[in-house]
Design a protein around this ligand. Structure first.
Ligand code: FDM
Length: 212
């Protein structure tokens, strides 16, 4: 790789309901980009390995109770504590494939009834993704895939509300992929847009911040 000083990795985020295939597809994207000799890392939020992440994990497992606002801010803090590492990785040329980000934060909390602008505020100043990939699946279809784990949000009625929140957040810059298509078709569509994004960032597209 021939690094100009402003060449950088891409920040690519996968969003979607539980069971939409984000984790599988991010794994596939990693091997695809590695196969093309790009430097790439797989990230996910919440990052359960930090102290804040352990509080979140215990909340999701129903082992602790927290006020809706408090848990929202913890999810946000969990992204803030990774922000500088994220920026360093990107500037050093590593592409990050991130399973969930601020959009999950806003979609899930606003699905509980919290004000959407209030939910967005603590995300301001985090790095803006270069590409948001939305794996679109009706909540009923996702539920049919089975394997909802028993964590706090994994219930059909709540997932319906999350889907509605995602629709409100959705803007023209997102790339929506029909997650009901066969795995290989989803994979192909993702590869195309991701490669295009990685190339643009390599040419020096400036980093920007949420919400822009
Ligand atoms: N979630 C995830 C939130 O409520 N807010 C957030 O900011 C993030 C990143 O946590 F139900 C929810 C979404 C999901 C749960 O996610 C854990 P994973 O992908 O199942 O680990």
């Amino acid at each position: 790789n021939n690094h100009k000083s402003d060449s950088r990795g891409a920040l690519i985020v996968l969003e979607g309901l539980d069971r939409s295939g984000k984790t599988l597809q991010s794994r596939k994207l990693i091997s695809y980009l590695e196969g093309l000799s790009y430097s790439v890392e797989s990230w996910r939020f919440p990052d359960r390995n930090t102290g804040v992440g352990q509080m979140i994990s215990s909340y999701l497992a129903n082992k602790s109770e927290l006020d809706d606002h408090a848990i929202h801010l913890l999810f946000s803090a969990n992204r803030w504590e990774k922000r500088s590492l994220m920026e360093n990785k990107l500037r050093s040329g590593t592409t990050l494939i991130v399973d969930r980000y601020s959009f999950s934060g806003v979609a899930f909390s606003s699905a509980k009834g919290l004000d959407i602008e209030w939910c967005k505020a603590p995300e301001m100043g985090l790095l803006a993704p270069d590409l948001v990939l939305y794996l679109d699946i009706p909540p009923e279809k996702a539920a049919e895939r089975g394997g909802y784990g028993g964590e706090r949000y994994e219930q059909l009625e709540f997932q319906r509300k999350v889907a509605r929140s995602y629709q409100i957040l959705h803007d023209a810059s997102w790339k929506t992929i029909d997650a009901c298509l066969p795995i290989e078709d989803v994979e192909k569509q993702l590869q195309e847009v991701v490669l295009d994004c990685v190339t643009t960032c390599q040419k020096g597209k400036p980093l920007s911040q949420l919400w822009s």
